[in-house]
Design a protein around this ligand. Structure first.
Ligand code: ZN
Length: 346
């Protein structure tokens, strides 16, 4: 998985600490904009719960679920939910209460229950105090990861209870850095390329080809949006095209299904208020528009359907059955309540 040298060194030292049992109950990941601090926090959550050989492997079941935002023991909490000026006091209280009650539970399936709190500076004094109480009486197997641009964004009492990890600016791949510096690629393109690399998309380091690939990915993402919004007839036609393509190039179809997964994952990140974790950032307006149409549970159901489809295809289930099933279920409009007559699992 993509990482800058800076991040790789820091995640390695975190993992080495894990091996010798040196885990703090709270971390504060600090870094300027575009330092990839949110992605780093995800890697930490993966590292403590990874079941692969080289944590965080990014591919084992816990790592995948954490990446997709669907792991039951890893809560991603938007600090906007904490903000009294944008949310009402009831939500604020609910979030604090929810954290408190969940922190007391043992993890369902992970080693650690993780609370990842994005842009911690948005916290109000009231919430920061509520969080402080949790940090003062840490439960075993509970890990808090706060993300902020600067230590000054937090109450000193909160910051002092966290182990700090400072990231350097603009942690991008060597390839992307090369594209910016040597080939003059636009910084926003390069940032998006670094984010897409997080999802396993590989870049060649060739300006022309990489630019073409980037434009293609954007177009395919936009196409998935339009398929999801289209009529049943168009969805069936699209599914049919994928099925026909399968016999000549199943890899390309698998790739497309992976993009479906990323599309829904990005939608989930927007929906839970973590837009900095979106990988196809040029689609953010489109995702924003879509986020209002779905409930979190509906988005998670769509992700589960796509994952099941990938699993079925890996186990030689007939693509003529599996692919239309996925397109119709994950592409189902108005999965808002996850109860449209289809058995969506929560
Ligand atoms: Zn793993």
């Amino acid at each position: 998985m993509w990482s800058s040298v800076d991040q790789q060194t820091k995640i390695n030292s975190f993992v080495n600490g894990l091996h010798v049992g040196k885990v703090h109950h709270a971390y504060l990941v600090l870094g300027p904009q575009n330092s990839g601090k949110g992605f780093f926090a995800i890697k930490m959550a993966q590292a403590v719960n990874c079941t692969g050989t080289n944590a965080p492997c990014g591919t084992c079941v816990p790592c995948s679920k954490i990446w997709l935002g669907t792991h039951p023991d890893v809560e991603m909490i938007d600090s906007h939910s904490f903000n009294e000026s944008t949310a009402n006091a009831k939500i604020l209280k609910d979030v604090a209460r929810e954290i408190r009650s969940k922190a007391n539970l043992r993890p369902y399936e992970a080693k650690y229950r993780v609370f990842l709190i994005g842009e911690a500076k948005k916290m109000t004094l009231h919430t920061a105090n509520a969080l402080l109480k949790l940090l003062e009486e840490p439960e075993p197997n509970v890990l808090y990861i706060l993300v902020a641009s600067s230590e000054q964004d937090l109450l000193p009492t909160v910051a002092s209870r966290c182990q700090k990890i400072r990231l350097n600016k603009m942690s991008v791949t060597d390839t992307v850095e090369f594209l910016i510096q040597e080939a003059g690629v636009d910084i926003s393109d390069a940032t998006e390329m670094a984010q897409l690399a997080q999802a396993g998309i590989e870049w060649e380091g060739d300006r022309e080809n990489d630019r073409t690939n980037l434009l293609q990915i954007r177009a395919r993402f936009a196409n998935i949006s339009s398929v999801i919004e289209s009529s049943l007839k168009s969805q069936l036609k699209y599914a049919d095209q994928l099925v026909s393509k399968w016999s000549e190039n199943d890899e390309a179809v698998r790739d497309e299904i992976q993009l479906w997964l990323n599309w829904w994952r990005d939608l989930l990140m927007v929906k839970i208020g973590m837009p900095s974790l979106v990988i196809c950032s040029s689609q953010i307006d489109e995702l924003d528009r879509n986020a209002d149409k779905y409930e979190v549970s509906g988005i998670k159901s769509a992700i589960a359907v796509i994952q099941e489809t990938i699993d079925c295809l890996d186990h030689n289930v007939n693509p003529k059955l599996a692919i239309p099933y996925m397109v119709l279920h994950a592409g189902l409009k108005n999965v808002t309540h996850g109860a449209n007559g289809f058995a969506f699992k929560h």
